[in-house]
Design a protein. Structure first.
Length: 318
């Protein structure tokens, strides 16, 4: 593939988001020229402003659901643009569907035109409320297409389908990562997911909101581990979906207790009704990631939570 100024060029969409910004950092560190793209509806420019002085970084304020043009050669495209938490996609259902469908279509067209390899950010949500546990990549999922979460779940399922179609029909080099719950610095404090909600509430002395009885499980992967897995998948020869996540499963009640022990607070747990179609179990089968990529998570949850807590304290001025 062609290189410009001896540096390979990578386009990262959703660059100002939680995962996108960490990917920008990683690719800069690996010696790439990084083109970040984001329409900033959920991303925060603050996440990447430290990269603006670098000649190896450029930023386009653009919505990938509209036509995407990037001048010059491109080696890789990583498509991470999308509202990603229930709070966001319930507020922006049409944009969520469009970025997964039209946005992915536009970027696959760009990948084809530039002869670039494209990696898409899929999600454990393609498994819906799973009837198989833990979830291997071969499991087809249990998704309600017309429920409130359908706008995100089906956008990501379509994204996988059109990516495979471009791979099979046009010969585009593609990679599909299915991301499980991830946490770390640069998470939005108000994104509504368990970790930011619990941490913000505990730091503010508010009660922790527990939806349902807290018996539902999640598996939390520290962001640096996830980015390593994505990087390895991009550079691998494997084109079918790969789960990247931490297989250490924990109930949300246990997780809330961990947060309460970590933070000196008088907060207690407040129980609220379980949202529609909320998955009761989440745990990746990472056999493929281990065997194909030689990857598994390294950061223990206690260590990751300490680092994340420092970030949240700083953001909240605590």
């Amino acid at each position: 593939m062609a290189e410009v100024g001896n540096k390979k060029r990578v386009l990262i969409t959703g660059a100002a988001g939680f995962l996108g910004s960490h990917l920008c950092d990683r690719f800069i560190k690996e010696g790439y020229h990084v083109i970040g793209m984001d329409n900033l509806i959920t991303g925060n420019i603050k996440n990447i402003e430290h990269l603006f002085p670098l000649k190896e970084f450029e930023f386009y304020h653009h919505d990938v659901s509209r036509f995407v043009h990037v001048p010059g050669n491109l080696d890789y495209i990583l498509h991470f643009a999308s509202p990603a938490s229930p709070i966001d996609y319930l507020k922006m259902p049409i944009q969520t569907l469009k970025v997964g469908s039209l946005g992915t279509h536009n970027l696959l067209g760009l990948a084809k035109a530039k002869n670039a390899r494209m990696l898409i950010a899929s999600t454990s949500e393609v498994y819906g409320d799973p009837t198989v546990h833990p979830q291997p990549e071969e499991y087809w999922g249990n998704v309600n297409p017309v429920g409130p979460r359908g706008v995100y779940d089906e956008a990501k399922r379509f994204q996988e389908a059109i990516t495979m179609a471009y791979h099979n029909f046009h010969g585009v080099e593609t990679r599909i990562v299915r991301i499980f719950n991830t946490y770390g610095p640069r998470m939005r404090l108000d994104d509504g997911r368990a970790l930011p909600a619990f941490m913000s509430q505990a730091l503010n002395g508010e009660d922790l909101t527990m939806f349902g009885d807290g018996s539902q499980t999640r598996s939390f992967c520290y962001v640096d581990d996830l980015i390593e897995g994505i990087y390895r998948l991009l550079l691998s020869d494997y084109h079918l979906p790969v789960n990247i996540g931490n297989p250490q499963e924990i109930t949300l009640l246990q997780f809330a207790d961990e947060i309460l022990k970590l933070i000196d607070t008088k907060s207690r747990i407040k129980y609220l009704p379980l949202p529609t179609d909320d998955p009761k179990q989440r745990r990746p089968d990472i056999t493929k990631a281990r065997n194909i990529l030689g990857w598994e998570p390294k950061v223990e949850r206690a260590e990751g939570l300490e680092i994340t807590l420092e970030y949240f304290k700083k953001e909240l001025g605590k």
